[in-house]
Design a binder for this molecule. Sequence first.
Ligand code: URA
Length: 250
Amino acid sequence: MAKKQRLDKIIAMQGALSRSDVKILIRKGAVTVNGQVVKNADFGVDMDNDLVAVQGKEISLEQHIYLMLHKPKGVVSATEDKNLPTVVDLVPKELWRKGLFPAGRLDKDTTGFVLITDDGDFAHDILSPKKHISKTYHALVNGTITEEMEKGFEKGVVIGEDLTLPASLKKISSEPQGDWGEVILREGMYHQIKRMFGAYGLKVLELKRVKMGKLDLDPNLAQGQCRKLSKEEIALVKCREMPSSTEEKE
Ligand code: URA
């Protein structure tokens, strides 16, 4: 049987109300569980099966929250910063809860998909190179993406003291400034894509994360916007997707 949790805690966990506001509402009789008014803040609720309503409005009970943010440039992937806005600052009030953090970092000048959550285990799973969860990027570089580079990415690229895991690189288009390539990684070393192209003498001019696992960045999400992920979308993030030639033996 599912473990029961305190009524005031699970309502406050949904983010819109503080614990003390919730306690006041409960005392006033404004909260029901399965249609019955409950006036004890410590009443035990089964989050999987009970229906909780506040002032007549049913609330969804979720242990954790998972958000897709379309990160703009100039925003840092952190929870706090002295000078610059953070990805967590972009979460609207109605989706905000305590403990939110970005599951993985993008550089300040990188745009695209950032997953924000309060679920540490989930973040660990999707970031661990052992789990093979791919992250897909589009990069514009100041030159030509060659077949030799594509093959080199497949073998792993030496950056500084390290050798990256096998990655995928495919040229997707050309512009007067240089080529666009799709890069698929399953690890997140510091400035990894910039340093991988740097090893071939190229500079990254634009970088955007377009996919995590098998979940694409929502094309309807404008830069700076954020929305909740559905259960199905969360499952897609956890799907492995690497071309077979870049799979490691387990
Ligand atoms: N690689 C980079 O160089 N920067 C990012 O933001 C992500 C991957």
